[in-house]
Design a protein around this ligand. Structure first.
Ligand SMILES: C[S@@+](CC[C@H](N)C(=O)[O-])C[C@H]1O[C@@H](n2cnc3c(N)ncnc32)[C@H](O)[C@@H]1O
Length: 278
């Protein structure tokens, strides 16, 4: 396991993923009944943008910094900015801390909801555990995220939001992860599953969509945002989210923000954005 998210925290793909995460949280909060958030590949919870790793890659400059510099963001983006402000009590100029998916999801939980986080990396797990040490609504496990899909599903609440956000270090992990999500759905068929995937070249993504459609017989909403042309197989040109069992009107909430995000994040108007049902 070589992947360290601290090099990538706050990049364009994180921004896209985390804003849609908030849209799903908003949709789930429309009903009073509790839900469980499961984050299978949680990372460390939040990231110091002044750390050596973040400063070395500076990926956040073309991600969250572009968003923070933009006037009049849409309401959903403003919720995201407010969450970032909450983790930076000393102010956001300069921006120091960037929240990861566990922190953002936790920020939007209500008193009746809870979160389960799993992280396998030996160095990252203790940091994540420490981040939520005093939080009774959050359980943190040093565990394989795919095992977590078996261990923690279905949740006792029978309402759940599952984020699957692997580093894709293993060959063919994109195809494998679709099968794992299909198996998890068999355990918990009404869960809202959100799978993040990298976009390098288009043809590979088209194949992935076909295989998802074959394996999963539930509604799948696809949201994608690319900031470069999708034709360099070695480069992260964009990213996508496959959302199984999307909550009512999630597509509308995403469609309202996607053109704005693309305009702010794209490099010289390259790349594309799309929302569709598979
Ligand atoms: C893309 S990062 C997660 C970022 C995080 N979800 C966020 O949005 O802030 C992927 C994480 O998965 C961890 N990881 C890798 N393989 C794993 C596995 N099999 N089970 C659980 N975690 C794993 C890595 O250490 C890394 O922290």
């Amino acid at each position: 396991m070589n992947y360290r998210h601290s090099y990538h925290a706050g990049n364009f793909a994180d921004v896209f993923k985390h804003i849609i995460l908030i849209a799903v949280s908003n949709a789930l909060a429309r009903k009073e009944s509790p839900y469980c958030y499961l984050d299978t590949h949680a990372g460390i919870g939040y990231y110091d943008l002044l750390s050596n790793s973040a400063q070395k890659s500076k990926e956040y400059v073309n991600g969250i910094l572009k968003i923070m510099n933009e006037p009049n963001p849409p309401k959903l983006v403003q919720q995201y900015i407010d969450c970032i402000k909450a983790i930076n009590p000393d102010g956001i100029d300069p921006l120091r801390y960037y929240p990861g998916s566990p922190y953002i999801a936790r920020h939007f939980l209500r008193a009746q909801d809870r979160a389960v986080l799993t992280e396998l990396h030996d160095d990252d797990y203790p940091i994540l555990k420490d981040t939520f040490h005093h939080d009774k609504q959050v359980a943190v496990h040093h565990q394989d995220g795919y095992q977590a899909l078996k261990a923690f599903l279905p949740p006792k609440e029978r309402r759940g939001f599952i984020l699957i956000d692997p580093p894709y270090e293993v060959q063919d992990e994109l195809m494998q992860v679709g099968s794992k999500m299909a198996t998890a759905l068999a355990r918990f068929e009404t869960g809202v599953f959100m799978l993040w995937y990298p976009i390098k070249e288009r043809r590979a993504i088209d194949r992935f969509h076909h295989s998802l459609k074959d394996k999963i017989k539930r509604p799948i909403l696809i949201a994608e945002l690319s900031v470069h042309p999708e034709n360099v197989p070695t480069h992260l040109n964009g990213s996508g989210l496959a959302i199984v069992n999307p909550p009512w009107q999630l597509d509308k909430a995403i469609a309202e923000v996607l053109p704005w995000l693309w305009r702010v994040l794209s490099e010289n108007k390259q790349g594309r954005h799309e929302i569709k049902t598979l």
